[in-house]
Every structure is written in C-alpha cells, then in structure tokens.
Write a protein that binds this ligand. Sequence first.
Ligand SMILES: Nc1nc2c(ncn2[C@@H]2O[C@H](COP(=O)(O)OP(=O)(O)O)[C@@H](O)[C@H]2O)c(=O)[nH]1
Ligand SMILES: [Mg+2]
Length: 359
Amino acid sequence: MSYGNDEDEVYTSNFEIGSYSETGVDGDGPSSNGSGGIRKPKILLMGLRRSGKSSIQKVVFHKMSPNETLFLESTNKIVKDNICNSTFVQFEIWDFPGQYEFYDSTFDGDLCFGDCGAIIFVIDAQDDYTDALSKLCSTVRKAYKVNPDIKFEVFIHKVDGLSDDHKIETQRDIHQRANDDLLDMGYQGVHLSFYLTSIYDHSIFEAFSKVVQKLISELPTLENLLNIFISNSGIEKAFLFDILSKLYVATDSSPVDMQSYELCCDMIDVAFDISTIYGWKSEDKGPFDNESQCVIHLNNSTVLYLREVSRCLALVCILREDNFEKQGLIDYNFVCLREGIHNVFDLKMTGGLTNGCLI
Ligand SMILES: Nc1nc2c(ncn2[C@@H]2O[C@H](COP(=O)(O)OP(=O)(O)O)[C@@H](O)[C@H]2O)c(=O)[nH]1
Ligand SMILES: [Mg+2]
C-alpha cells in the first residue's frame, strides 16, 4: 500500500496552538482543563509528517475507523485534545505538525515540555527512517534539557505492511541506532521505550495503554488489588478498562497476550453497543452503568466476564468455565475489589497532580 506524497502545503514555521472543537478545549495554556483546575499531564505526539500521529489520536480517542484516516487533512498547527474519560484516563494530547523546528523563535520549549508526562515519537516503519531518527534525537535532547522526567515512547508505526521478521529487524535497528545516537551526544541516562504499532489492529491500543499506565502513579496499588482478586477467584487474567477508549489502565502482573486483550476489547464493544442500543436509560444514568455485567461463554471452555467498576471503568476477566461455577465467590470478591478501586479514586481526587503524573 502506498500513500502519495500529496502534501503540497508549504508550512510556515509560525504555527499556532489550536484545539479540536468537538472536545470544547480552547488553547488556554498548558494543561488547564476548565473543570475545577486540576492540572492534567500532557502527552505530546511528535514525529515527521505523515508518520501517522493524527491517525493514532483519532482512532484511539475518537473511534475513527482506520480507513477513514486516509482522508485526514495534514496538521499545520499544534492541536490540543482534552481527554477526560475515566478518573485514570485524564490528560491532554498535543498533536504536533510534522515540521516543527526547535530553533525557531516561536517554539516555546518550556511551554511544550515543561509539564509534559510523555512524548510519543511516531516513526513510519514503511518509509526510510533516517530523518525520523535524527528528529527523534533532537527532540529528546531538547525535551530532556527542559524536563528530565519526561517518558520517551517511540512508536514504530504502520507495521501492518511488514512481515514478522521484518518487524523484529526494524525494531532492533531503530533501537540500536537511536540509542547509539543518544550515547554519542552524551545522553546515556535517557531511556527510550519502543513499541510496534498499527492502527489496523489492537497494537496501537496496547501501546497507548502502556504509555498511559506510566502516568498513573497508583498503578502498583491497582495491580496488587487485581493480583489478590484473581488469585482468590480462580481467574486467569483481569483487565481494568477505560470503556470509552478501550485502553486498559491496569492488569494483574501475569504477562499480557495480545489475543486475550483483543478478546476483551471485543467484549467491551459488544456489551457497550448492545446496552446503548437496547439498554434502559434513566435520567441520571446512561445505559451502561455500575450495575452492568456481561458473560460470554466461548467454545473453548473459557468464560469472559465483564463487570462495571464505575461509569467509565469496567473489569474484564478471562477464566475457565469450571471456575465460573463459583460465581458467587467471584461476585463477592469483585465487590471488595470495586471498593478498593473506589478508595484509590477518592485518594486521587483529593490528591491532585504532582510532577506531571496523576496521583
Ligand atoms: N498502513 C498504515 N497506514 C497508516 C497507519 N497510521 C496512519 N496511516 C496513514 O498514514 C497517513 C498519514 O497519517 P496522518 O495521521 O495524517 O499523519 P501525521 O502527519 O503524522 O498526522 C494517512 O494516510 C493514514 O491513513 C498505520 O498504522 N498503517
Ligand atoms: Mg497530523
């Protein structure tokens, strides 16, 4: 598949900050949210033009279908998007135009990087990535000087076009070259994380989940709660999902396999869509509320079990059919888990924000 170089727009370096009108965010300064003044961490989407930044943002947070991204217009100013889903998924995303220049007098490093939680640097793996790597290094250098606490996340993107071998080789090559360049510049302390992503499968949601988790400082507590819950309930895997984005904000500490994650995402889609179409709506509650639950029996003796934790968070578990016979026990443990998670919420709401991280 090829994407024509149809960007004949000439960008001026003097870009301005704009906003997606659908979210009602104005360009009113960094990380203010207009809802009680709690400052949210910022996630910057950076990388060369046409690498897929806007597509990622649209697919993950605005339910755009991957094919529609073919018609996205190019971004010529920083676009801010206020993500305000569940308690744990609250941040601002700044989508950068591809041609930003750090030495430009209009570029304000303190404003961009000052209270930034993470930079996602997107590299188009289907293209020659030499220029992207040098841009990555200059971005890291500039950002690290302003704020050494920023997490650097590199999305090796559009890997849907690559064979499995080619994916691994590309990741190895990018990893090595980026780290060598940083070493040469004397930045040995900087850690970059790498992910293979594509908007055409769940890899982009998985990678974004991991980035968001790094900004949730209660993560160890949530993980512990989930570990205790699954070991006492005969459950194999449990994910705590932000329903609107289908990002998982926490899971137990057993390894995540992509297939399980995809199954759970599909279950959320089914439960949410059926509830929205046929569900009973009251004035103060939507059709999908904290009473909602869903059970799906698969043909391999596995059960998927979904329970609402709050209006926007759901727990999705995978377990063997035999163990689901003790549903009473699971439900009892779930109520304890939910209480634990609500206590973490309460702490968070009274805590505010420190160091670009939600607490
Ligand atoms: N094959 C493939 N194409 C993608 C992917 N993500 C984005 N694209 C395409 O890449 C092109 C540029 O995307 P866009 O989001 O405008 O890039 P931006 O300039 O970095 O914001 C669009 O035609 C997208 O459809 C992906 O994961 N796989
Ligand atoms: Mg764009």
